[in-house]
Design a protein around this ligand. Sequence first.
Ligand code: AMP
Length: 360
Amino acid sequence: MVIGILGGGQLARMLALAGYPLGLKFIVLEPAADACAADVAEHLQGDYGDDALLAELADKADIVTYEFENVPAAAVAFLAERVAVYPPRQALVSAQDRLDEKALFRRLGIDTPEFVAVNSLDELEQAMEQVGWPAVVKTRTQGYDGNGQAVLKQPGDLAPAWQSLGGVPAIVETFVPFEREVSVIAVRSTSGEMVCYPLTENTHRDGILRLSIARSDDPMQEKAANYAERLLDELDYVGVLALELFQAGDRLLANEFAPRVHNSGHWTQDGAETSQFENHLRAVLGLPLGATDIVGYTAMVNLVGLIPAPEDVLVNTHSHLHLYGKEPRPGRKVGHINLCAQSREELAAELKLILELAGE
Ligand code: AMP
């Protein structure tokens, strides 16, 4: 069985690594010559708009999935006429547009920050009456890792922010003074079976995820899982979906969802009974899904722009190093370290050391 993947970065690489024990083979379509998934998969190098390459992918793969949400929806539509593609196109389309995404949350009764669509500086000024200060303005499409957004603290911020985003269609939303950011990874298979991982608490810096801590018995687990299930049901979803939320008091407000395996779920490789990557593959293949329980106490630290000496990481025997085969550059995710400890105290002590190694 051959799995095709749109995108050949680290997520595709880790999907392939999780799929070999299941007897699967992989082929990725990715424009970059130095795609890091190419170490472990056949690489079709070229554009997502290249119909000949898409046809070749459809021909060689039994099932196609994708590793990032900015894949052109047209490429997915082209493929879907020739081969099974999961997650479904509608999930991709909703996740690509922050307005559609927030409207979907609202329609499903999933709490969100107050938001308004804005298409001009005038509209932004008017919208501030509804969303209040402070606020965040975000481009509707093409945003990632904190790009394509600006915080608005006072009226003088509006014009420069609007200009910095390039005057493209946007949404403005209330800035949530959250206590913590959490995400929930949920999975649905072609048979309709659903499972959900324990809630993950996430810390970002400069818009990039730095640290994820998995929380067993989190008081917000049920609510978060319920929100994720509403999305899976509504979208007739197949695969892994990550829902990112802000917690403010006893409210959980949805920020965005990703129709793919997600950085905040990397701890599942070593800290859960079944990794998100394996469960994504099981889901698209219609196989029974694996247990999602946490094994011990677990966390993940991202390596952004630097790779510490492996011996310094692994001298701590509960560390698991995952490198992506990428050259370090400022702001570039080049690997992560998963920690699996026997107690909360042990995890805290080990995290301190690992965060230092990661330059945090
Ligand atoms: P996003 O690109 O929407 O994931 O936003 C990147 C980061 O910006 C989030 O992880 C938050 O830390 C912060 N952020 C985004 N939207 C809001 C908001 N409405 N209120 C407070 N912080 C936000």
